[in-house]
Ligand binder design. Structure first.
Ligand code: HEC
Length: 145
């Protein structure tokens, strides 16, 4: 019985593979559209946020395997809809301000996403990094207004 279960699970796994859409890991990047920020801020964002909120997602091989790919693709798509740092300069002031307003709370409660942190512990923000991101977003928000 149990042997059957694993057998069918394996079959199922094989059958769904043609439906494993690839995450569009890299999209065209225009140099003048990417976010400019102080070096320390940019390096935190690149390490902890760019894997979803950018056009340069570093996708390990398992991201392209179904059913994981369904999940990652959806997340990257949603994240890029909220903000894609690689397209920052192309956004309206309103869109930027809206995002910056949400950032301080987001990084305390759910960004980077919990499920992602299980796999990538190294992207966890330290208290100092959170402070730095918060003051950066506040400053930039004031500047944009
Ligand atoms: C593993 C993918 C992933 C990573 C990494 C990630 N995000 Fe997100 N982010 C998402 C998704 C998906 C959403 C939209 C769904 C949601 O709000 O949960 C989102 C939404 C947001 C929002 C809007 C929240 C709201 O209240 O509407 C902000 C702000 C944000 N992210 C900031 C960040 C910052 C800053 C980082 C880096 C410290 C980061 N994210 C890292 C996937 C990610």
């Amino acid at each position: 019985m149990l042997k059957n279960f694993w057998f069918w699970l394996l079959i199922l796994f094989i059958v769904i593979q043609p439906f494993s859409f690839n995450v569009a890991a890299t999209l065209p990047i225009k140099a003048n559209e990417t976010l400019e920020a102080p070096k320390e801020v940019l390096s935190i964002l690149k390490r902890s946020c760019y894997d979803c909120h950018s056009s340069e997602v570093k996708a390990p091989w398992y991201y392209t395997v179904a059913p994981i790919s369904w999940y990652t693709q959806r997340n990257v798509k949603m994240a890029r809809n909220i903000i894609n740092f690689s397209k920052w300069n192309g956004y309206t002031k309103e869109k930027k301000v809206k995002f910056l307003k949400k950032l301080p709370k987001a990084i305390v409660i759910r960004m980077p996403m919990k499920a992602y942190l299980y796999l990538h512990e190294e992207v966890t923000l330290t208290e100092n990094e959170k402070k730095l991101l918060k003051s950066w977003s506040k400053e930039l928000k004031e500047k944009l207004k």
